[in-house]
Ligand binder design. Structure first.
Ligand code: C2O
Ligand code: CU
Length: 557
């Protein structure tokens, strides 16, 4: 195993992700940030210097479990104090599971500002993946707004509420097109003019150079702020082999749904007419699309990359065909031999009702009627050093009233803000039932991709309507092997049942990966086994009550 080191300066830079120049949060002058690649067992040491001048920053390593090093998880208010302007923080952690991951800012809505990049973990030297391929490509998907993230944040916490609306563009590896489309040439009545590109632009599409009759691995990760996506390659089917850093039972499909926070690997074989090039298209699902598809080119060599595909880009499936989305999600199964089955039973079940509410005229999201607001002292330090005043010590509710009507807007839309946490018994098996509900608008319920830090969970199943006792068993009966994931979606008016083992000492957020939703309170914090941590490094604790404690001018709790 190796030690890989990097020095990263995080700063605002000018960039044209979609042809219009704006400020983005870059790393070492690049957008997206530098890609990281390591092998299982390697240690990554990323020294992050905050050059933002007026705001803090942290970097979260999405999908890496941080076993034994919860302070390296990179979540402001949870695992550490935000790195202050001008200061440097060393993230040092080991990667213990091969797969496709990414990293991103986890303070305010900095992910939406462009603070992200890819992180790939290869199998250890001498080990093999359970599938073969001749080459690979990496596609990091995101959505992009022209309005600054600060303006978006202020809008979300204003009365009247100002929603961020749909993105101006979708990006593949930070590249998209705005106000023009490469697809317009196939449609004489296209709304957008055809883009004219030389190829050297920051917003020129990615070109994947392939040879005929080979198999390629496409690593796909979605760090979108809002959009649920669907990816397809013109003329080619793909075989799904990995999801969220876990191998899955391979299956062939024409297209892949991918929610914010998810990663996939798919294989495709270049078995189509080699005289042609082909489009990869990525479009919006789950919300009425207002954003053109993002495109990348599959360039069969020796064709020239400027040779336009004869066929138009694949059409994204109907945005509200949820049955199609559910069918796709249900096809993801653990791969026998790599994915252990879940424990047969749970020790504790937590039911989490997802609702849209109002607090003092502001629109929020709440879980069991509590909208999460982060405290100034990081939970991890507060727990380790017993600082009770750091957050509300009364645990949040484990369930919601039985009479709650998930099919209608909340009868009483008021919620409360809170920062209490779910403390789990170390090594216990916990079930979470995520229950979706109607928003504040009649006949409306949204998709929420829930992401858990520090753990993988088994997705026991998805269901429609209100969860009934025993429903999670339906899938066992169907003989389906639950996959391990770190992100799972809840469908409109439905529920999703998850199971995990609380075996990773630390404090971990579990939240909707839609950036504005988390900002509006859509998450919870879980903690387990903090007493087993020998130490929590001081450099993560320089703020709030821990800051006072260690600078010697404050009192503990
Ligand atoms: Cu990728 Cu807590 O997030
Ligand atoms: Cu959400």
């Amino acid at each position: 195993a190796k030690v890989l080191t990097a020095q990263w300066d995080v700063e605002y830079i000018f960039w044209s992700p979609d042809g219009e120049e704006h400020m983005v949060m870059g790393i070492n002058g690049e957008f997206p940030g530098p890609g990281l690649r390591a092998r299982v067992g390697d240690t990554l040491q990323v020294n992050v210097t905050n050059k933002l001048h007026t705001e803090g920053v942290v970097i979260h390593w999405h999908g890496i479990r941080m076993k034994g090093r919860p302070w390296a998880d990179g979540t402001a208010s949870i695992s550490q104090c935000a790195i202050a302007p001008g200061e440097t923080f060393l993230y040092s952690f080991t990667v213990d599971k091969a797969g496709t991951y990414f990293y991103h800012g986890h303070y305010g809505m900095q992910r939406s500002a462009g603070l992200y990049g890819s992180l790939i973990v290869d199998v250890a030297e001498g080990e093999k993946e359970p599938f073969e391929y001749d080459g690979e490509f990496n596609l990091l998907l995101s959505d992009w707004w022209h309005k600054s993230v600060h303006e978006q944040e202020v809008g979300l916490s204003s009365n009247p509420f100002r929603w961020i609306n749909e993105p101006q563009s979708l990006l593949i590896n930070g590249r998209g097109q705005y106000n023009c489309s490469l697809a317009s040439r196939y449609n004489s009545s296209a709304a957008l003019p055809e883009c004219s590109l030389g190829g050297g632009e920051q917003w020129a599409p990615n070109v994947l150079k392939v040879l005929p009759n080979k198999t390629y691995r496409l690593r796909i990760a979605s760090t979108t702020s809002l959009a649920s996506l669907n990816l397809a390659i013109g003329g080619h089917n793909v075989t799904v082999v990995e999801a969220d850093g876990n191998y899955v039972q391979p299956f062939s499909t024409t297209d892949v749904d991918i929610y914010s926070g998810e990663t996939y690997s798919v294989l495709f074989t270049t078995n189509q007419n080699p005289d042609e090039n082909y489009w990869i298209s990525v479009g919006v699902r789950g919300r009425l699309p207002q954003t053109p598809q993002a495109l990348a080119l599959v360039n069969y060599l020796p064709n020239h990359a400027s040779k336009f595909p004869t066929s138009p880009p694949p059409v994204t499936p109907q945005w509200d065909d949820y049955n199609r989305s559910k069918a796709f999600s249900n096809r993801i199964q653990g791969l026998e031999g790599t994915t252990p089955p879940p424990p047969a039973d749970y020790d504790r079940r937590i039911m989490l009702l997802n609702t849209q509410n109002t607090i003092d005229g502001l629109t929020v999201w709440a879980i069991n009627n509590v909208s999460l607001s982060f405290p100034p002292t990081p939970y991890l330090g507060a727990l380790k050093y017993g600082i009770k005043a750091a957050f509300d010590q009364t645990p949040p509710p484990d369930t919601f009233p039985d009479w709650y009507d998930i099919m209608s807007p909340p009868a009483n839309p008021n919620a409360t803000t809170g920062n209490a946490i779910y403390t789990l018994d170390f090594n216990s098996t916990v079930d979470v039932i995520l229950q979706n509900a109607n928003t504040l608008q009649p006949n409306d319920s949204e998709i929420h991709p829930w992401h858990m830090h520090g753990h993988n969970f088994w997705v026991l199943g998805y269901g429609d309507g209100k969860f009934q006792r025993g429903d999670e068993k339906l899938f066992e009966k169907a003989g389906r092997r639950p996959p391990l994931k770190n992100t799972a979606v809840i469908f409109p008016f439905g529920w999703t049942a998850l199971r995990f083992v609380a075996d990773n000492p630390g404090a971990w957020p579990f939240h909707c990966h839609i950036e504005p939703h988390l900002h509006m309170g859509m998450g919870v914090v879980i903690a387990e086994g903090v007493e087993f941590l020998a130490d929590v490094p001081r450099e993560t604790l320089s703020c709030g009550l821990t800051g006072m404690m260690f600078s010697g001018n404050g009192e503990e709790g």
